[in-house]
Design a protein around this ligand. Structure first.
Ligand SMILES: Cc1cc2nc3c(=O)[nH]c(=O)nc-3n(C[C@H](O)[C@H](O)[C@H](O)COP(=O)(O)OP(=O)(O)OC[C@H]3O[C@@H](n4cnc5c(N)ncnc54)[C@H](O)[C@@H]3O)c2cc1C
Length: 306
């Protein structure tokens, strides 16, 4: 972690994705100081183009959105951005502390915007396909799948439901799974023309991050344009736990409608919390809301309003 200049800021923001950058912007707009600490390896760091975020005809690459957010923050002296992972978080008197790379930063409040870690199948060159031809989110990438040959990979009943929902976009949907599907699901898949293959992914054929085919563990070769995977995601909530904030049974940070966690002065926003949809629009809104709640928290009680 590079130098951390100010001894204590109003809001420490961990995570520089859409949620964290939005929190920093809102904090600056209250004329308060923020320090953003970012490891740079979140969901918004892959190659996908977001075509559902309002105001960007033709879509905007997630990485460009981040770059634009950082550029926007440069207008505010109140905000400092430091690259590098935060390894630890704790309390020091009334202040919160975060540490990483041998350095420590202090803040009067903290916003956790650390996102989730997706599990993707690890074939050779897998990282070049994420956001190009390998996806996980139907709401985000179902539309561009219209008429495409789609393989849905995952080993729970939820994956079978995703395959069924994808048939709204394409009739060429195949499910590859080791899950023991119940009779109703099997009947629905057959009715909607979804072929079910038992097994896992053995290999893929891809060029420049674009899939053209897959090979299953049973040796079946399939021509495929797009792969939707549902093999797991893990909220990056370690820092929340260290601070004593409540997390749910899946590890998502529990927040109220104003993004307050169970620990006063600690807020969380974006995918690390459990919104109905993990989306840029939700992350941006929640980051802004978390900063607004932090701003209220920073006022003396008599000035907080009703
Ligand atoms: C392939 C793909 C396609 C998608 N398509 C769309 C789409 O079309 N539309 C849409 O709305 N959404 C889409 N999404 C989802 C969207 O990217 C996420 O909902 C969004 O990025 C969440 O923002 P966030 O700020 O909460 O988390 P992230 O974007 O994951 O950012 C979290 C940041 O926190 C940092 N971080 C985590 N832990 C630490 C730590 N300990 N110390 C320092 N930094 C840390 C990470 O490095 C990262 O930079 C897609 C996602 C993927 C993967």
């Amino acid at each position: 972690m590079a130098a951390m200049a100010d001894p204590e800021v109003d809001v420490l923001v961990v995570g520089g994705g859409p949620a964290g950058l939005s929190a920093a912007l809102r904090t600056a707009r209250y004329d308060r100081t923020a320090l953003v600490l970012d490891a740079g390896d979140g969901r918004s760091s892959w190659a996908q183009v977001n075509r559902d975020y309002l105001g960007f005809p033709g879509g905007v690459a997630a990485t460009e959105l981040r770059a634009r957010g950082l550029e926007q923050l440069r207008d505010y002296d109140q905000v400092q951005v430091v690259q590098g992972p935060v390894d630890g978080a704790g309390r020091d008197g009334d202040a919160f502390t975060v540490s990483g790379g041998g350095r420590t930063a202090r803040g009067r409040t903290i916003v956790l915007a650390t996102g989730v870690r997706d599990e993707f199948p690890r074939f050779g060159g897998w990282e070049h396909t994420v956001g190009r031809s390998m996806f996980w989110c139907l709401a985000c990438d179902g539309y561009e799948s219209r008429g495409q040959r789609v393989l849905v990979l995952g080993h729970t009943g939820e994956t079978a439901v995703e395959a069924l929902q994808l048939t709204r976009f394409t009739r060429h949907t195949t499910l590859l799974t080791t899950a023991a599907l119940d009779g109703d699901l099997r009947a629905a898949l057959a009715e909607h023309g979804v072929e079910v293959l038992e097994g896992d992914l053995a290999d893929v054929v891809a060029e420049d991050g674009l899939l053209t085919g897959v090979v299953t563990t049973s040796g079946r070769c399939l021509p495929v344009d797009r792969l939707f995977t549902k093999i797991g995601m893990r909220p990056r909530s370690e820092l929340a736990r260290q601070l004593g904030a409540e997390v749910d049974e899946d590890g998502y940070v529990c927040v109220d409608a104003e993004q307050r966690t169970s620990v006063p002065g600690v807020f969380a926003a974006g995918d690390v919390t459990r919104p109905h949809a993990h989306q840029i629009s939700a992350a941006v809104h929640q980051g802004s809301q978390a900063a607004s709640a932090a701003n209220v928290h920073l006022y003396a009680p008599a000035l907080r309003g009703g």
